[in-house]
Ligand binder design. Structure first.
Ligand SMILES: C[S@@+](CC[C@H](N)C(=O)[O-])C[C@H]1O[C@@H](n2cnc3c(N)ncnc32)[C@H](O)[C@@H]1O
Length: 201
């Protein structure tokens, strides 16, 4: 079972959303990749933060592509798509968000993400190390706590692939303990001194 939780690294996700929203306003097809989404807690955390910063109408133009290798025999895809979580997993939600973004499913211990957010997300089983770009029009790639599983060469390959997958000016978000390898510094510009938010050059 992958280690993940709702509102993990929410500060960097919020900062990323604050950069993203003015950049994509007015666009009708906005694609986001959530790489290594695990059971979808990160995916729906991002969807909630986006909903807090974007009007309901504009949000309909967003598609969040959640991918994972699903290498631990857990049906990540089903979890991400159904978006049902035990209440114990929802304890870190900011106040008011449980009522706003989830509905109880009847047993009083499980809650489902509201349809409006579920509709934004699709899941695909995918191995990043296949190095086959999924699309080349992502406005943002969120890849947190995944690259640490790879060796240095694999990290370089995946980050180069992300460069090919992003639109010009597209954003890449990593966890704060990750850093951009020297070899790729001509491809990305770091946007914040204190966080791993990078813009494609
Ligand atoms: C520690 S979890 C991080 C989950 C989430 N991103 C977060 O930060 O909370 C790492 C995830 O990366 C996925 N992963 C590892 N290797 C992968 C690969 N080659 N392709 C796609 N996903 C991979 C794992 O299956 C796992 O779900």
């Amino acid at each position: 079972m992958a280690f993940t939780f709702f509102f993990r690294d929410d500060q960097i996700l919020t900062q990323a959303v604050q950069k993203l929203v003015p950049m994509v306003m007015g666009r009708t097809n906005i694609h986001i990749l959530n790489a290594g989404c695990a059971m979808g807690m990160e995916t729906y955390t991002f969807a909630i933060i986006l909903a807090e910063h974007m009007g309901k109408f504009a949000l309909r133009n967003v598609k969040i592509h959640a991918i994972d290798i699903d290498n631990e025999n857990v049906d990540f895809g089903k979890t991400v798509t159904e978006a049902v979580y035990h209440k114990d997993h929802l304890e870190r939600l900011p106040e008011g968000f449980l009522e706003k973004y989830f509905t109880p499913i009847g047993d009083n211990v499980h809650y489902r993400v509201i349809e409006h957010l579920r509709a934004l997300v699709n899941f695909q089983k995918y191995d990043l190390l296949s190095l086959k770009p999924l699309r080349s029009d992502y406005s943002m790639i969120i890849c947190k706590n995944v690259l640490l599983h790879f060796n240095y060469e694999q990290r370089l390959d995946v980050l180069s692939m992300y460069h090919d997958m992003l639109l010009p000016g597209g954003l890449l978000v990593m966890e704060n303990t990750q850093s951009m390898p020297e070899e790729l510094k001509g491809k990305y510009r770091k946007m914040l001194d204190y966080a791993q938010l990078h813009e494609k050059i």
